[in-house]
Design a protein. Structure first.
Length: 196
């Protein structure tokens, strides 16, 4: 499947290091340079705002999906190509997934991890074969990569699915990897009787 749009999960806060915002801006610009549409949470603040600004500043298309109840907290970005308002977080995640051919997580908090874990779980269950990646700014995701390997070592994840995402600190390298195809190898009947 050709990658034409990439969903980015990331924080509505900027984080404590300027590199998080700078890296997000570079990723947005990289997506625009390649003619890829950015799909994200629709806000103008934090890392979310930076990735959108990077894409828009480079002439890219940006689709935002924002739940109405977050309108006062995550201020909608005024310059988006499309802004979709939905009622719930579940609708937000479903629409973002539907509009995207690949996924990238940037630094963020529990909401970012929730979005990432759900999309990885859907891939494990065979609900999609879309590539997934982590933009590992300043090694932000290394503890998560270690945890993913630990899950496999302890027998809760098939060994060949221990690291289900591409990982790079460089936006161009990460996007190259996602455009190369799925990052999670299929495991036939990975959920066997007696295993939960």
């Amino acid at each position: 499947m050709e990658v034409r749009s990439i969903c980015v999960f990331c924080g509505s806060r900027p984080g404590n290091r300027p590199e998080y915002v700078e890296s997000a801006t570079r990723l947005g610009a990289e997506l625009a340079r390649r003619g890829l549409t950015l799909v994200y949470g629709g806000a103008s603040v934090g890392v979310m705002g930076a990735v959108a600004d990077g894409a828009l500043g480079a002439g890219g298309k940006v689709v935002g999906v924002l739940p109405g109840f977050l309108g006062s907290k995550e201020i909608a970005h005024p310059g988006l190509t499309e802004l979709h308002r939905v009622d719930t977080m579940h609708e937000r995640k479903a629409l973002m997934a539907e509009r995207s051919d690949a996924f990238i997580a940037l630094p963020g908090g529990f909401g970012t991890l929730d979005e990432l874990f759900e999309i990885v779980t859907w891939a494990q269950l065979g609900l999609h074969r879309k590539p997934m990646g982590l933009l590992d700014t300043r090694g932000f995701f290394q503890p998560l990569v270690a945890m993913a390997k630990h899950l496999a070592q302890e027998g809760f994840v098939p060994a060949e699915q221990a690291v289900p995402f591409a990982v790079s600190a460089l936006p161009s390298v990460l996007v190259d990897r996602l455009q190369a195809g799925p990052t999670l190898p299929p495991v036939e009947k990975w959920l066997r009787r007696g295993q939960t």
